[in-house]
Design a protein around this ligand. Structure first.
Ligand code: FES
Length: 254
């Protein structure tokens, strides 16, 4: 188990209250790659919450790792209530990771909390002039260390303030994916399932190589519970925790 170092709300607004960063002691790992995740479980949970919750690795250094979390259910609200010094069970890093092609124009597409792995991507693989980020998020920009990312990449942002904006987001995704298809680029996406389906659809239409990171429910994270199963492009079952969470968009059912 590891210790909680910091639990910090992201931003000050009321809406931002459900988003927070959790910084934990880093176990004795060799390292981790953007797209990989960890499972965490506060050791004080009751028996009905024995399983962990999966979170993308977001940032870190030799001494700590940081996760970006949205408190949407009982488990994540309990994680939000942790205090520095509390003990947490954490296992990982788990799963595969996003492709890195330094000479290929690369577009990162993040929907909401899907921004988490891309902070790590930008920090570990700075590619000035060759890396762009599109973020569709309903929070004010100061609610996420957006400035940190925008220093490292060509950053475009769209706020999902009301349902009608969804059409704008879809059209923005279409335009960006078409642009990266034209320049032989690589598209990496993480976000809610409808966001990923849109990316998958346009990637197929415009013929661009794209990877998507799935956010299926997980309990064990290590291939033991079969709770995360989906199908690949041939219709065969695949486990998101061990064969993903990152898949080529043309080879997974969303
Ligand atoms: Fe248990 Fe994938 S989460 S098998």
């Amino acid at each position: 188990s590891v210790k909680v170092l910091k639990v910090s709300p992201v931003g000050q607004s009321k809406t931002a209250g459900e988003f927070f960063e959790l910084t934990l002691e880093r176990p004795d790992w060799d390292g981790w790659k953007p797209g990989q995740f960890v499972m965490i479980r506060p050791s004080a949970w009751e028996l009905d919450m024995l399983w962990g919750r999966p979170f993308s690795l977001c940032s870190g250094d030799d001494a700590s790792v940081t996760l970006f979390i949205q408190a949407v259910g009982r488990g994540t609200r309990r994680i939000a209530a942790l205090k520095p010094g509390d003990s947490v069970a954490m296992w990982g890093p788990l799963g595969n990771y996003f492709a890195v092609e330094p000479d290929t124009p690369t577009l990162l597409l993040a929907g909401g909390i899907g921004i988490a792995p891309f902070r790590g991507y930008v920090e570990q693989h700075p590619q000035p002039g060759n890396l762009a980020l599109f973020l569709a998020h309903r929070l004010p920009l100061d609610c996420y260390p957006y400035a940190l990312l925008s220093r490292a990449v060509d950053c475009r942002c769209m706020l999902e303030a009301k349902p009608s904006d969804l059409d704008c987001i879809i059209e923005a995704l279409r335009g960006l994916i078409e642009e990266y298809a034209d320049k032989g680029g690589l598209v990496l996406a993480c976000g809610p399932t409808p966001f990923m389906r849109t990316v998958q659809r346009f990637a197929g239409e415009y013929g661009v190589r794209a990877q998507v990171s799935l956010e299926n429910r997980m309990a064990c994270g290590v291939g033991a519970c079969l709770g995360c199963v989906t199908r690949n492009g041939e219709g065969h079952h695949v486990q998101v925790c061990t064969q993903g969470p990152v898949f080529w968009a043309d080879n997974v059912e969303l």
